[in-house]
Ligand binder design. Structure first.
Ligand code: UDP
Ligand code: MG
Length: 321
């Protein structure tokens, strides 16, 4: 890799007014010290606070570009919209809340260049989040490892480096599931991961509720495997066998103990029935999720809508430090 590799930083931003100036200051300090050409792409994901006007204020710096989305589309869609306009050879994503210290960027680039990797993932040393935020992530990590068969330890950390060609492949595959780390490893040939420092949020609060995390998890599972459908099938077969077994058991018990016992056994039947009905609803729900996703795919509605890209003057977009 030549020394002149340009770096694009892609940062999704949603209501982060408290963090932005501090973030920019630290980013610029780090990037200027590195001495490579770079650009910083902020994606405003439909923020409702002062985020956009603060970002526009940053346009006095020649390396800053802003992608303004029409509304809030979520972190992964926002990163995708940033990916579609990057011009660097190495693309690095990070959070705007300073949980991913910008000081780790040079190391990420170094590892990528020296090992000629396509993707450099990261593991958060001593993650600084609450239990309710880390526990769902742990489940996501286990499932992601099983499904993609790639042994990455920390899928959720967004401080990652991608080669431009991987980013292009992701942008071109037009898939609605947007679990970027999984998609990237799927396309990459050489993947590694390094440890990075994790910090507490500088200002504001996390935007991930349990509902969003469950959605993300299902996105990941349903887009990389049809395991849930198979699971239902096998569970259904298992249940059917159980049903037959219980039927035979109840029949024999009736013969041995007489009709009196069997009349009370009606309740056992009810219990079984409820189990089956419950399972059927569960199965319907899973099918419904897949069908919903198919519907979204065939509709082909864009995953995000760009309102404007700043600066509008194309000539001053690349910063060479
Ligand atoms: N984010 C976004 N759109 C959203 C939610 C979050 O662009 O709908 C951004 C957010 O501004 C931050 C990053 O995604 O830069 C990670 O979000 P957050 O810190 O809330 O997530 P957590 O650290 O809890 O995983
Ligand atoms: Mg965060």
């Amino acid at each position: 890799m030549d020394k002149e590799a340009m770096i694009s930083l892609v940062i999704p931003v949603y209501n982060e007014e408290a963090n932005l100036s501090h973030l920019l200051e630290r980013l610029r300090r780090v990037m200027q010290k590195m001495g490579k050409s770079y650009e910083i792409i902020f994606v405003d994901d439909g923020s409702r606070d002062n985020t956009l006007s603060i970002l526009k204020g940053f346009l006095t710096y020649p390396e800053v570009r802003i992608v303004e989305l029409t509304r809030n589309y979520g972190q992964h869609a926002a990163i995708f919209s940033g990916f579609s306009v990057v011009r660097g050879d190495i693309v690095i994503t990070l959070d705007a809340d300073l949980q991913n210290p910008p000081e780790e960027i040079p190391n990420l680039v170094k590892v990528m260049e020296e090992g000629n990797y396509d993707v450099v993932g990261t593991i958060r040393k001593e993650r600084k989040d609450s239990f309710f935020r880390t526990f769902p992530s742990r489940i996501i990590n286990v499932v992601a490892r099983k499904i993609t068969k790639v042994n990455m330890s920390d899928w959720g950390c967004m401080l990652r480096a991608y080669r431009r060609n991987i980013v292009e492949r992701m942008v071109n595959c037009h898939e609605h599931s947007t679990f970027i780390p999984a998609l990237a490893t799927y396309f990459a040939k050489k993947v590694t991961e390094i440890e990075v420092v994790h910090e507490t949020r500088y200002g504001g609060e996390s935007h991930y509720s349990l509902r969003k995390l469950i959605n993300l998890q299902f996105d990941l599972v349903s887009s990389f495997s049809d395991f849930p459908l198979k699971f239902i099938m096998y569970a259904g077969i298992g249940m059917a066998f159980l049903g037959i077994f219980f039927g035979v058991f109840l029949g024999i018990a009736r013969l041995v103990y007489g009709a009196h016992w069997a009349a009370q056994g009606v309740f056992t039947l009810f219990a079984l029935l409820f189990a089956f009905v419950g399972f059927q609803f569960f199965a319907l729900g899973v099918m419904g999720e897949y069908i919903g996703r198919i519907y979204r795919e065939v509709r082909r509605r864009p995953e995000y809508m760009v309102e404007r890209i700043y600066p509008t003057d194309e000539s001053r977009r690349i910063c060479v430090s």
